[in-house]
Design a protein around this ligand. Structure first.
Ligand code: OFO
Length: 168
């Protein structure tokens, strides 16, 4: 059985995962509008993953005897300077998610709610991967550069990352 405060915290995280999905979906739209098909593929894939993260939490809250609640979801940013800014924002956003997951883990530990503590370990591992993934994309963009044909090669590289992840 979840405590009232733990239920509220997990519901807040459900909302944040929804927001993450919408943010990446909106970025996908920006990439489509700017003919960056590889980046669009990657961001769509990531938007779908965030929905899976949301469902995992949603099911856990309901299975644990509480009720998952969907609140209002903030409107995501839709205008970006360039692809570098898009991925800088994704990295910053994932760092924020990590902080939120850590707060949840801390709260579960303080309440001695070991079921939730155990459930959250999947998110701890996932955040480590997410930060690494987005940080490595920022490095790729920096290395290739967005000038001239750079954008074409960046798009190809990021599309290839999406394709590789799709078959893993
Ligand atoms: Fe990209 O992170 Fe969800 O949890």
């Amino acid at each position: 059985m979840l405590s009232k405060s733990m239920t509220q915290l997990l519901n807040k995280q459900i909302n944040l995962e929804f927001y993450s999905s919408n943010l990446y979906l909106q970025m996908r739209s920006w990439c489509d509008a700017n003919s960056l098909v590889g980046c669009a593929r990657f961001l769509q894939q990531h938007a779908d993953e965030e929905i899976q993260h949301m469902h995992r939490l949603f099911n856990y809250v309901n299975e644990a005897g509480s009720m998952a609640l969907i609140g209002a979801i903030d409107e995501p940013k839709s205008d970006f300077k360039n692809i570098q800014e898009v991925f800088k924002i994704t990295y910053k956003h994932e760092c924020l998610i990590t902080k939120e997951i850590n707060k949840l883990v801390k709260a579960a530990s303080e309440e001695a709610d070991f079921s939730t503590f155990n459930f959250l370990q999947w998110y701890v591992a996932e955040q480590h991967e997410e930060e690494h993934l987005f940080n490595s994309i920022i490095d790729i963009i920096k290395m290739i550069g967005i000038e001239g044909k750079g954008l074409y090669f960046i798009d190809k590289e990021i599309g290839a990352i999406a394709d590789k992840r799709a078959i893993e």
